[in-house]
Design a protein around this ligand. Structure first.
Ligand code: ADP
Length: 448
């Protein structure tokens, strides 16, 4: 087992990892930017190193500084959390060269899943169902037209190097295709420095359903069930549930097993998430995230399994501590993301938290790194906490969420808490009747 882990992240996820390390008896090193000198992850870690100025590119993404921090403190492993360097194959490789363990998959697995065309090819080879589309990159308008005729309109043009929904364009007819094709390429080039695009059938009303997997790199892997993350704004998830409320259990088990079997075949190491769109009772692979996800706590809650613990154990070379038969599901869990944002306009709302009272009580977990008097810096993501609730059934979980939202107080900055207090009264939310466009439509219809 490792003796000292450096946590290359900030905020709630740095704290989440720190807690797992403490329970495993591992020393912790926090890194931070100048702006984060007083942050909770710095206060709770055994040691801390300032790795640069405020901007993430100079601090949390500063590989030479982070490497120096590992060497100064003698850390033998790095946990990257999510975002920042978590899916950076070069970083994983550099650590490997310096004999420091990367708590995550191999650089090779990060690479094959990071390129979307390659990822889709790999998924197909592994027997994972994919959205019908082009066999690889589409390089000319003529080829785009031919592909569209084969798969049928509407079609979606996507950037191979995509992320955050950028470089994606829909074409409903052949007349729209040439503009969509050239703008997708131009946007892809501008955003990612790579104009490679591919095509897929555009699904009209899908749900976003994903499968949590974890493997030990020795051929053992399990899945921890599904999550429904369809409630999104601008492709950002805001509310997540486990298990997915509308998918029949036998179908959940079979897609889970397909994913776990694929990870065994790949000899995948660490936690990962295989994301699907789900429409007309079919699953369609869209991408794999080779890291811990923001919404991992809902899966932890329903399986009573600590995903971060296991990430650390397998990175240290231990075998996976459970088999698929050991995975059981208990009740229902929901997570809502509390962002420091205006709940109407979603404009960031940094500043000082003048009063803070998190929810508590049975079935409630709050993952957050803020405290009363904390000054939320303007430089990073606006996520300030996650409220995770559990119930024996989905209705009980919703009641508990309503109660917890009533208790939660954050004063001094605006937060998305009022949005959730409204959403919980919506009949569609109560019935679990929503797709990936539901929230955008709701926000448009309920502008105040
Ligand atoms: P990114 O990496 O840019 O987030 P994804 O492939 O994950 O790209 O797609 C982002 C979002 O775009 C998905 O969550 C979904 O909302 C939508 N999307 C992706 N592929 C399709 C498709 N074939 N049909 C309809 N919507 C899609």
């Amino acid at each position: 087992m490792f003796s000292k882990v450096l946590i290359a992240n900030r905020g709630e996820i740095a704290l989440r990892i720190l807690r797992a390390c403490k329970e495993l008896g591992i020393q912790t090193v926090a890194i931070h930017s100048l702006a984060d000198a007083n942050a909770m992850h710095v206060r709770l870690a055994d040691e801390s190193v300032c790795v640069g100025p405020n901007a993430a590119k100079d601090s949390y993404l500063n590989i030479p500084s982070i490497l120096a921090a590992c060497q100064i403190t003698g850390a033998d492993a790095v946990h990257p959390g999510y975002g920042f360097l978590s899916e950076n194959a070069r970083f994983a490789r550099i650590l490997e060269e310096h004999k420091i363990a990367f708590i995550g998959p191999s650089a090779h697995h990060i690479e094959i899943m990071g390129d979307k065309i390659q990822a889709k090819k790999t998924a197909l080879e592994l027997g994972i169902p994919c959205v019908p589309g082009s066999a690889g990159a589409v390089t000319s308008e003529a080829q785009a037209k031919e592909t569209a005729r084969e798969i049928g309109y509407p079609v979606l043009i996507k950037a191979a190097a995509g992320g955050g929904g950028r470089g994606m364009k829909v074409a409903k007819t052949e007349a729209e295709l040439s503009v969509a094709f050239s703008t997708a390429r131009t946007e892809a080039k501008a955003a990612f420095g790579d104009d490679a695009v591919y095509m897929e059938k555009y699904l009209g009303k899908p749900r976003h359903i994903e499968v949590q997997v974890i493997g030990d790199g020795q051929g053992n892997a399990v899945h921890l069930g599904t999550r429904d993350c369809s409630l999104q704004r601008r492709h950002q998830k805001v509310w997540e549930e486990a298990l997915a409320p509308t998918v029949p259990m036998d179908q959940q088990a079979s897609i889970g097993e397909i994913c776990a079997a694929a990870m065994r075949k790949l000899k995948y190491s660490g936690a990962g998430t295989i994301e699907f769109l789900y429409e007309n009772d079919e699953f369609y692979f869209i991408e794999m995230n080779t890291r811990l996800q923001v919404e991992h706590p809902v899966s932890e809650r329903i399986t009573n399994f600590d995903i971060v613990y296991e990430q650390i154990r397998v990175a240290a070379g231990e075998k996976l501590s459970l088999k698929q038969d050991d995975v059981e599901y208990f009740g229902h869990a929901i997570e809502v993301r509390i962002n420091a944002e205006d709940p109407q306009t979603f404009a960031p709302s940094p500043g000082k938290i003048t009063y803070y009272h998190p929810a508590g009580g049975v079935g409630v977990r709050v993952d957050s790194a803020v405290y009363q008097g904390y000054n939320i810096p303007p430089y990073y993501d606006s996520l300030i906490g996650k409220l995770i609730v559990h119930g024996r059934t989905r209705p009980e979980c919703l009641q508990r969420l309503r109660r917890a939202l009533d208790e939660f107080i954050v004063d001094g900055v605006k937060t998305t808490l009022p949005l959730f207090r409204r959403l919980i009264n919506e009949p569609d939310i109560q019935a679990g009747n929503y797709d990936i466009h539901w929230l955008e439509k709701y926000l448009e219809a309920n502008k105040q």
